[in-house]
Design a protein around this ligand. Structure first.
Ligand code: ATP
Length: 358
């Protein structure tokens, strides 16, 4: 539905020009919850602003339903934006805020009233329709901003870090609410966040960006289980990176030798190598903490960090020069007597890891 085709964006001119986006290509499908995810400054907002029409590409094209958008100003695109700051009118009531855009579009009084009622119901704000927006909570303001953006029934809703001002609990609630709104309305959502957990929870598909480029596009599971490269593996979730030697390769399966002489099998992922030095990525949940003689790897417990639901164990592996982190759930019947400085073993799940491109 939205085709972003080889788009680059330069700010400034000549030698001092800054390349905020570098040959970005993405296809966003109709009725999809699509997320642009990446660290601060990677170009997410710039890309979103280009879909909205606030910014034009330096090269490349953006198409909507097969039509080039370049000469369409923002107000003529079937696209609406929810900003981080909400940008509500504080002197107007909730209902007036929601109806504002529709009035500007010259819709009839009865149509405006009917849509406002419907939208307030959708975001569960009917009871506060007459309250001024300066007199409602941050979470409620967020709902009003959403209702206002959805009211003209755009084909695409762009959301730029809309939950970042909310506290943790409310944020979790609104994540589910946004997902519900997206599937109830069938509108395509393009959502910007730097929060990987938020992206994994809400999205149908995610584009992971860094330094103006797309690193990987895929569903949450695909991105988490099969990161395309080291950046993605590091940015999404926790990952242990271990240096390894590839000693054999058959299709997607690689035989690796690690320090301590241990041999493991791992997914070869997207790398072309059949031998030589590689990096093995292993998620913490794919390893178990065991007695020193009961796993493949040994080391010393360096740090124990309590997280409520689970505890993270940091292990200095013998001969690796790297730390290995694994997580264990804190169950009431489990008594762990381990302490910093104890010798421990690490048992790796079979074929759990993935070989990465650097
Ligand atoms: P954040 O999560 O911090 O909002 P982002 O990924 O959305 O980051 P952008 O706002 O798209 O990043 O900015 C991408 C890069 O382009 C940044 O390095 C930023 O400084 C630069 N940039 C953005 N707008 C302009 C501008 N108008 N002029 C010059 N540089 C700009």
């Amino acid at each position: 539905m939205i085709e972003i085709d080889n788009v680059s964006k330069l700010f400034g001119a000549g030698d001092s020009a800054f390349r905020a986006l570098d040959r970005v290509s993405v296809n966003i499908r109709e009725n999809e919850f699509f997320t642009l995810l990446g660290p601060s400054g990677c170009g997410k907002t710039t890309l979103l602003r280009m879909i909205a029409g606030f910014e034009g590409p330096t090269s490349g094209q953006i198409l909507l339903d097969g039509q080039d958008l370049s000469d369409k100003p923002p107000y003529r695109r079937p696209v609406n934006t929810v900003f981080q700051s909400y940008a509500l009118f504080p002197h107007m009531s909730v209902a007036e805020n929601v109806g504002f855009g529709l009035n500007m579009l010259g819709r009839s009084k009865s149509e405006v009233a009917a849509t406002v009622t419907e939208m307030l119901k959708l975001v569960r704000m009917t009871d506060l329709a007459d309250r001024k927006t300066s007199e409602i909570s941050g979470g409620q303001q967020q709902r009003v901003a959403l209702a206002r953006a959805l009211a003209p029934r755009p084909k695409v809703l762009l959301l730029d870090e809309p939950l970042s001002a909310l506290d943790f609990k409310l944020r979790k609630e609104m994540q589910l609410e946004l997902k519900r709104l997206q599937s109830d309305t069938g509108i395509t959502f393009v959502f910007v966040t730097h929060d990987q957990e938020e992206a994994l929870t809400m999205s149908d598909r995610i584009a992971v960006m860094s330094a103006g480029r797309i690193r990987q596009i895929g569903g949450p599971r695909e991105i988490y289980d099969q990161p395309a490269d080291r950046f993605v593996a590091d940015f999404i979730g926790d990952t242990n990176f271990l240096p390894a030697e590839m000693i054999a390769r058959t299709g997607d399966s690689a035989q690796l030798r690690l320090a301590q002489g241990v041999e493991v099998t791992a997914r070869a992922g997207q790398i072309d190598k059949t031998s030589g030095t590689v990096t093995l990525a292993i998620r913490p949940e794919h390893a178990r903490l065991v007695a020193p003689d009961a796993g493949q790897l040994t080391g010393v417990l360096d740090e124990i960090v309590y997280f409520g639901t689970d505890t993270h164990y940091h292990i200095l592996l013998d001969g690796f020069g790297t730390r290995f982190v694994l997580r264990l759930q804190n169950t009431p019947d489990e008594m762990r007597m381990m302490q910093q400085g104890d010798r421990v073993g690490v048992a790796l799940a079979a074929s759990a890891g993935q070989v990465l491109k650097d």
